[in-house]
Ligand binder design. Structure first.
Ligand code: 3PG
Length: 306
């Protein structure tokens, strides 16, 4: 019998698991569930006999893919697939997919949840700031970025975007003013919201030189990946610039060093931009449907490996 595994260190909402189960079982497949596992070995053991698997930020390393002898398709229920060893998938003839756009509104809403929380001094009652009239630069204007742009307009913010993979016309059609370099955008925006993927090119690319271009009182919001930040340089910048603030749903590795910047930073305890029932249902069910479409009809529309 075809076996599908949901392997989620950070579990989906139960309603999403129920929906995935319905799709999988309606097809006559079996569903296995591995949630909140505590070691890579547990994941490696669980993949031994599965034909397909659904993961989130779970690390699908070479060891995991090597151990999954029957695996045909792995779907990252979400956008970023930097957690999958794509080469290992290709080497084993495994198709890797993501579910673009399915969880993007959840991430975008958290951007503003955190922005308001910071602007209002963590709701401590002291006088804070408003978002209206501020300039927000959206770094990469894909599915999440465009939702950020839409919500920012509701706040009365000026929305700018830099995305080297989009034309000016595409950015304008999606509601933002296009800019042509990160340098230009950081120099003029009060807020910058990061939505770039973690790739060899982008890792550590958000550095002192770029951030120091931001105007007085600047806020950097990161709901993308911690790897894109040059962590040592950001701490140095926060030390040199008492006006600079940083909020993220992915705490940096050097989070303890931020204690010295009280009132100027906020990190959620766990990566949670996409952690809503709606996003779990959207991305989880899309993943299940993509698995069925692939196994039954060879449909590899959302394939991300070569
Ligand atoms: C994504 O890439 O889709 C988001 O970062 C969400 O990741 P998560 O599924 O681990 O919450």
């Amino acid at each position: 019998m075809t076996k599908v595994l949901i392997a989620t260190d950070k579990p989906f909402a139960p309603v999403a698991v129920k929906g995935i189960r319905e799709i999988v079982e309606a097809q006559g497949y079996e569903l296995a569930l591995l949630e909140k596992y505590t070691s890579p070995e547990e994941l490696i053991a669980a993949v031994a006999d599965v034909d397909a698997m659904i993961i989130r930020s779970d690390k699908a390393t070479k060891e995991v893919i090597d151990a999954a002898k029957k695996l045909k398709v792995i779907v990252r229920a979400g956008a970023g697939y930097d957690n999958i060893d794509l080469q290992a998938c290709t080497d084993h003839g495994v198709v890797a997919m993501n579910t673009p756009g399915q969880n993007s509104n959840a991430v975008a809403e958290l951007v503003f949840g955190m922005a308001v929380y910071l602007a209002r001094n963590f709701y401590n009652g002291k006088s804070g700031h408003e978002l209206k009239g501020k300039k927000i630069g959206v770094h990469a204007y894909g599915n999440v970025g465009q939702n950020v742009g839409r919500i920012a307009k509701g706040f009365g913010m000026e929305v700018y975007a830099f995305d080297p993979f989009m034309t000016d016309e595409q950015i304008k059609a999606a509601g933002a003013t296009p800019l042509h370099s990160a340098e230009e955008m950081y120099a003029m925006c009060d807020y910058v919201s990061l939505h770039i993927p973690a790739t060899e090119k982008t890792k550590k690319s958000i550095n002192y030189e770029l951030l120091n271009r931001m105007p007085k009182g600047a806020v950097l919001i990161n709901t993308a990946r911690k790897e894109v930040i040059n962590e040592e340089e950001l701490v140095k910048l926060m030390a040199d610039r008492p006006d600079f603030k940083y909020i993220s749903d992915i705490a940096p590795d050097n989070a303890a060093e931020y204690a010295q910047f009280e009132g100027r930073y906020f990190f959620t305890p766990k990566k949670m931009g996409a952690q809503t029932e709606e996003a779990n249902v959207n991305a989880g069910l899309a993943a299940a449907r993509q698995i069925v479409a692939f196994l039954e009809h060879g449909d590899a529309k959302f394939k991300v490996n070569k």
